[in-house]
Design a protein around this ligand. Sequence first.
Ligand code: PEP
Length: 247
Amino acid sequence: MAKNMLIAGNWKMNGTHADLAGLGAFAGLADRARDGVSVALAVPHTLVFSAAQLSADTSLSIGGEDCHHKESGAHTGCVSAAMLRDAGASFTILGHSERRADQGESDADVHAKAEAALAAGLDIIICVGETESERDAGTAQSVVGTQLAGSVPDCDTARLTIAYEPVWAIGTGRTPTPDDVAAMHDHIRAALVSRFGEAGESVLILYGGSVKAANAEELLHVSNVGGALVGGASLTVADFAPIVEAA
Ligand code: PEP
């Protein structure tokens, strides 16, 4: 039986309202995806409202790329989970390695944001992944295990997705071998089952890091891979479509 999958795009700090002219094509992909395949797009805060309006009545889910852990208050430049929800987001990415590196986000920060997002009604995609030096040192699994334990709150697992994104594979064109992806995804599955029991079996674990048309088919069929988190190749429907079609 074909497995359930999520293919999620992450536009990062890219896109203006002009780029939403192409959103109908993304929504069309979501509507035509095979049964069991969900399609989502995380966009910059400035585009969430318009993207959500444009994709209303389609199968495309729109989400944010981060949120603050507080509901409101004196946090200039930040956006709360409730604000994202109000703008029409149904989910948010949290703990992306670019935020962990650029904004110094810790596992505790990601945990607090995740609780805030869930309380506001957003589903969550929590990112974990090792750096190249951690992989070279043989500590990739323990690094990811620590990130999972510290970042993931106790929650309804139906609202939780994990994205395994080796930092050294993001935007570089390099990917781990399918065996390495399988080993890490099996490790994450075991950690989820040990934490959540049987409910941990059905949490989707996305692979992220240089997913593109040429490697999607192979990566999406690896053990315990429940979809993909896609950065660069989600910016145009031409690059994104073959990934959705491979799911
Ligand atoms: C990402 O931004 O989460 C990502 C995986 O980027 P890319 O697909 O460009 O490597």
